[in-house]
Design a protein around this ligand. Structure first.
Ligand code: GLU
Length: 471
């Protein structure tokens, strides 16, 4: 069999989003599974909308996700190649210059719509005489290049969707370039897929209506046809195509929130593919081994952020404390804290089980890094107990804490001595004010876990500050 070559062909006209990158992943996996080649092709023929910073965003995020490409191309550097093939089509009479004015085309469209006919170009400029053409070109009349679309049924076998058929007769002659040096999407894709010997075009289902156009262009140019696989649409919670309306789905945004690259890859592959059993967690290497297009389904794939959280949490739990601390550090630093890594390692040990994304560390654990806590004194009161009760309880806590030696300052020992002293009714009267005094929060890890990480000195200091607050 021919060596597999796939391509990911994003347009650098905005931030790389999750739907895009899913196509990148499937192309990567299919290529790597078959020991083939994965090509990254930047489709920047739209000169106005393409921006270098968006190309950088694509490159950075693919690299971060570990989806490394074997070859890199930029369409804006390939103008001559497209011009050559455009000239070929023009010379062979398979494409022609069209001088129709935009307002005339619009009137035509409106007329067709009002008659309930699918709008398509009527072919006015198909029949220009060589003289008229010459004259128009000399006068530099604004024009575009149209492809003479043969009226026929185009059918192709899609590796995911099976047999697909389109009636090209309904299409009208499509614009394939603004001029010789400005090709449009369908044309440049066809030329590149051929020139780059792409064997499999794997892309979102939203491109399926482009495929017959591309096939007809291939036929006109005498190119071979690659295999096609159109991936199911990625849907939002309301089951409409995932888009900006569903919020910011850029990869960068997920990265900033503290989703791990392996979690994103794992989440994305399940948007359309399944392993055939109930496993849910896969490394990229495992996916390379197991991936096949046969296991990609046709139906839309719903983007479920809760599932992403669950997967991310699973990968967070697989990290060593040292790694996790290093990942969390920048979040605390950008919240303005000076972070001591050994302390942070202890802190993350308390939260590893419940972190769903790294950015949550700030809300969970900022109090470990603050010099002074600030919270309303009423928070120190447990249920029906009074401020006076809270103060008494904290004084008792201070005494217990002070009685422990430095080498006894472990979570287990703290728990043992405090619980032995917490004799009244439910233990909340003692443990609630203690926990609030140490964390300044309504909800946090348990008081002994916190105290063991804070150390004796800081624990006693915070208890004293709480007593102060109540005095
Ligand atoms: N540049 C197109 C896009 O970003 C690529 C489509 C294709 O894969 O052919 O949607």
């Amino acid at each position: 069999m021919k060596k597999v070559r796939t391509r990911f062909a994003p347009s650098p006209t905005g931030a790389l989003h999750m739907g895009n990158v899913r196509a990148a992943l499937f192309n990567y996996l299919f290529a790597k599974h078959t020991e083939g080649t994965f090509v990254l092709r930047i489709e920047d023929t739209d000169k106005e909308r393409s921006k270098p910073e968006w190309e950088q965003d694509i490159v950075d995020n693919l690299t971060w996700l570990g989806l490394e490409w074997d070859e890199f191309y930029r369409q804006s550097e390939r103008t001559e190649i497209y011009a050559k093939y455009l000239t070929q089509l023009l010379t062979q009479g398979k494409a022609y210059y069209c001088f129709c004015k935009e307002e005339d085309l619009e009137a035509q469209r409106q007329d067709q719509l009002s008659r309930g006919v699918a709008p398509s170009y009527k072919g006015t400029c198909r029949t220009l005489t060589p003289k008229e053409l010459e004259k128009n070109l000399q006068e530099k009349k604004p024009c575009v290049i149209r492809f003479l679309v043969p009226a026929k049924i185009v059918s192709f076998h899609d590796l995911i969707r099976g047999q697909v058929k389109f009636d090209a007769g309904l299409m009208g002659d499509i614009v394939i370039a603004k001029d010789l040096t400005t090709p449009l999407y369908n044309f440049s894709v066809v030329v590149d897929d051929f020139e780059m010997t792409i064997t499999h075009v794997i892309r979102g289902e939203d491109h399926i209506s482009n495929t017959p156009k591309q096939i007809l262009l291939q036929e006109a140019l005498g190119f071979t046809r690659p295999a096609y696989a159109h991936l199911p649409l990625v849907l939002g919670g309301d089951r409409t195509k995932l888009s900006k309306r569903h919020g910011d789905n850029s990869v960068t945004q997920f990265r900033i929130q503290g989703y791990l690259p392996e979690a994103i890859v794992n989440f994305l592959v399940l948007l359309g593919w399944n392993p055939g059993d109930n496993r849910e967690l896969f490394t990229l290497e495992e996916l390379v081994k197991e991936f096949s297009l046969e296991r990609v389904h046709k139906g839309g794939a719903v983007f479920n952020p809760k599932r992403l959280d669950w997967i991310n949490g699973s990968y967070i739990r697989k990290k060593s404390l040292k790694e996790l601390a290093e990942f969390c550090k920048p979040y605390l630093e950008s919240a303005g804290f000076d972070v001591d890594l050994p302390l942070l390692e202890k802190v993350v040990s308390l939260y590893q089980e419940r972190l769903k994304k790294l950015s949550e560390i700030v809300g969970f654990a900022d109090f470990f890094f603050k010099d002074k806590l600030s919270y309303p004194k009423d928070m120190l009161r447990w249920k029906k107990y009074t401020e006076k009760d809270a103060k008494d309880a904290l004084e008792q806590c201070e005494n217990i804490a002070a009685s422990l030696k430095a080498d006894e300052w472990t979570k287990e020992k703290l728990e043992q001595v405090f619980l032995a002293k917490a004799t009244m009714g439910d233990r909340g009267y003692l443990l609630w004010p203690l926990r609030v005094a140490l964390s300044g929060k309504e909800a946090s890890a348990g008081p002994f876990e916190i105290a063991s990480v804070l150390g004796k000195e800081k624990t006693v200091e915070r208890i004293q500050e709480a007593i102060q607050l109540l005095s």
